[in-house]
Ligand binder design. Sequence first.
Ligand SMILES: Nc1ncnc2c1ncn2[C@@H]1O[C@H](COP(=O)(O)OP(=O)(O)OP(=O)(O)O)[C@@H](O)[C@H]1O
Length: 335
Amino acid sequence: MPLLEVKDLVVRYPSGTIFDRLKGAPGEVTVLDGVSIAVEAGETLGLVGESGSGKTTLGRAIAGLAPLSGGKIALAGDTVTSRRDRAWKTLRRNVGFMFQDPVAALDPRMRLSSAITEPLAVDAGLLHPISGRKRRRRARELLAEVGLTSDFADRFPHQVSGGQARRVTVARALAMRPKLVIADEPTAGLDLSVQGELLNLLNAIQAADDISFLFITHNLAVARHVTHRVAVMYLGRIVETAPTKTLFSDPAHPYTHALLNAHSPGKPATRLKGEAPSLKIRPTGCEFHTRCPIARDICRREAPPARELGASHTVRCHFPRGHEDLHVEREAKAA
Ligand SMILES: Nc1ncnc2c1ncn2[C@@H]1O[C@H](COP(=O)(O)OP(=O)(O)OP(=O)(O)O)[C@@H](O)[C@H]1O
């Protein structure tokens, strides 16, 4: 059984004003549309895709920070389908979240010892508050775990560098001794040497405690370096999942292929051709057909089901690259 299993997850947010709704516009936008992923204990699953594809929303939903409109999240066998479930609290405890912007995530008036141990205080609640002494002791332990000296406990967020702030967010994510850490763009904005140090730290933490990571990143070179498997998101859906080596050597989905081409090693990253459609007006059939170089009629009509291409390799495409035998089957069905 995987540590984390997400099945058919749907997240919708209210959208538009009441006047838009009176004019017939939909009152909500579907940000995640039937997402399924699994993460094994001690595994790092990368989550890649263009900006706006829903990566952060998926991370937040798994950490219990976004409303669930459908589907389920199971962590170590405990299933959550809504915030009212008893297991939701267990989920919050067992999933640590490293926010994308560490400086914005830390309260500028809060000393780092309080910021790091805030999840403990929130979990303990007002009825059984955790003592200040315990919090300071745990803060010192956590600072040591992320390679910062205990004098950081008394500092404020503006008194630390970008790399140190990232370490503070790692410490905070580890406060509850989670089984899974969601790292949202953990290396963004860091220079190469600091990036390397942070990745080494995450690697050491994983090796010591068998923690699993969901590693959200734009940086495909980093994803290739640190992940065991990668899931590719497009418009709120997972379009391909594969072991990292397979994904980079034999991408099967035309979107994955385009994404890798836009991020060729040694060249500056380029934007993909065409604009991603709005979440409010989802294309019919395959969501990628409006930008896909090989789209055919069936792609405009029918959403492709998830298909197994090999060990842990799944794709949602009627005509996966390198699997022409499956194309024949699709074409015969279309005819
Ligand atoms: N609270 C919200 N209410 C309405 N729409 C939202 C909300 N949160 C996210 N969205 C929308 O959901 C979509 C996906 O956003 P999300 O931040 O999850 O994408 P992302 O892939 O993480 O992008 P980035 O890489 O830029 O962080 C975006 O169109 C965003 O505007």
